[in-house]
Write a protein that binds this ligand. Structure first.
Ligand code: SF4
Length: 462
């Protein structure tokens, strides 16, 4: 039961599901609500406001949202003034339906309307409305007022890296994907705003910037971004040139829009990290066609070869869907072959699931669940073996590592540290030198596991 409140501060609990875009949106909501006196708490039971920032990329993700909403019904009975808000892709996809299924929900706010949250809450608190909903998809990129929020917000001690959203939406309409429905058409944010936010972040002590978008490769290609030239490679060079950006990353990309100019950035920009997430989804051209992925396995492999010609040590990761409608054993064998040929450092792989408002949901020849599960297990166990072999290639090398955490359970013991290489590999090390998140160090790698590396501290970089 929630403790009796003594002060006027209100407490908000934000549960984030899904991708980095949602993580960034949750941060923005937290920052905006802080202006209205909300402080973040770690448990829903202590909150005055609970926000579920949802994902609908797979059926499972959506089910998790509704089961959590079900459990909040009980808390709302005991705490009638509790406010419950649903944001993100399920909010955008379901809209009013959420009120019908979960009448105890107060606010439904879509993917492009989260900046309205403080006003929506205000109207509820002043009892001008009984519930609030806003799910419009915009034509222009709404610049949230967080430039100002950032200026007023002192850097948090362990904060050293930040996501910076550069665009929203996607125009690719892959036949299985909800994103074009839940996040709308591609809208690129003006270069000047992105550069200003990066400068603000760097001035706050941030050292690593990750540029975010559903398909960053087509940045600036759709809506008229004021400045000329545009395009993602141009933006990448502008951000990389900002003093203080020690590490630069971006996610995520569609292979069809991967340009030579962008690939050359991995050779030209010293602070662009040698890690690339390039979703292939399947290794069979027949399946890629039915997915409406506008490239072939041959073109994908050509682009990988070209990318590696500019940056031979680049770590390549991907996404794969197994059991897409109509996928035969031969089709799946081609996905396994592609894995053998490209030898990805890592991958996220999933069983296909029908999603609302997608074309593939109406495809007839669905693959049985048991077959999907068996194929996923085969793909993942082979990927795990390759990831270990790839990690063993680092043994004996001395690499740059950015520290993420440093702790010591017992003062007489060396510090336990975790960090990440430019290639996005996790590194564990122990040392008597205490380091801070964001510190750059040199580490000689001595042990390679499937998911991480271990090493010895060789030096601290300025
Ligand atoms: S490119 Fe990615 S986000 Fe866009 S429709 Fe395809 S899978 Fe979805």
């Amino acid at each position: 039961m929630k403790e009796k409140k003594t002060t006027m501060t209100k407490q908000v609990y934000i549960k984030t599901f899904g991708c980095q875009m949602n993580e960034r949106d949750s941060e923005i909501m937290e920052q905006m609500l802080a202006q209205s006196g909300y402080i973040p708490v770690g448990e829903p039971t202590n909150a005055d406001l609970v926000i579920l920032n949802t994902c609908s990329i797979r059926a499972k993700a959506e089910q998790k949202v509704f089961s959590l909403l079900g459990s909040l019904r009980k808390q709302k009975k005991q705490q009638p003034d509790l406010r419950i808000a649903v944001a993100g892709c399920v909010a955008q996809q379901e809209g009013e339906q959420i009120f019908r299924r979960m009448p105890h929900v107060d606010i439904v706010v879509g993917t492009q309307q989260l900046y309205q949250l403080p006003e929506m809450l205000g109207r509820l608190e002043r009892q001008e409305t009984a519930r609030e909903i806003s799910c419009d998809l915009e034509k222009e990129f709404i610049i949230p007022p967080f430039q100002k929020l950032l200026q007023d917000r002192p850097p948090q001690s362990a904060e050293f890296r930040k996501f910076v959203t550069i665009m929203q939406g996607c125009n690719n309409y892959c036949s299985y994907c909800v994103v074009p429905t839940t996040r709308g058409r591609e809208i690129s944010r003006p270069v000047a705003d992105i550069l200003e936010e990066v400068r603000l972040q760097v001035n706050r002590g941030i050292k690593e910037i990750t540029l975010l978008g559903q398909n960053v490769n087509s940045y600036g290609c759709t809506n008229a971004v004021a400045e000329k030239p545009t395009g993602f490679a141009y933006l990448l060079k502008m951000v990389a040139a900002i003093p203080g950006v020690q590490r630069l990353r971006f996610t995520t990309s569609n292979p069809q829009d991967l340009s030579t100019e962008l690939m050359q950035c991995f050779q030209e920009l010293p602070n662009l990290c040698p890690h690339f997430h390039l979703p292939v989804q399947a290794g069979s051209n027949a399946v890629l066609k039915r997915m409406n992925r506008k490239y072939t396995r041959e073109l994908y492999q050509e682009k990988v070869a070209e990318l590696r010609s500019y940056r031979p040590d680049i770590a390549l990761c991907t996404d794969v869907i197994v059991g897409f409608p109509g996928e035969t054993e031969e089709d799946f064998a081609q996905t396994m072959e592609l894995l053998e040929t490209v030898r990805f450092h890592g991958s996220f792989s999933f069983k296909y699931s029908d999603r609302p408002h997608t074309r593939s949901a109406d495809f007839s020849d669905k693959v049985e669940e048991q077959v999907k599960g068996e194929r996923l297990q085969r793909f993942q166990s082979r990927q795990d073996a390759i990831s270990l072999e790839r990690n063993q290639e680092f043994l004996g090398k001395t690499v740059e590592v950015m520290i993420e955490s440093c702790s010591s359970a017992d003062p007489s013991e060396p510090f336990q540290m975790k960090g990440r290489t430019g290639s996005n590999h996790i590194v564990h090390l122990r040392s008597s030198t205490q380091l801070l998140p964001g510190d750059l160090v040199l580490v000689t790698l001595t042990h390679a596991g499937q998911h991480s590396l271990k090493g010895v501290l060789k030096g601290v970089l300025p």
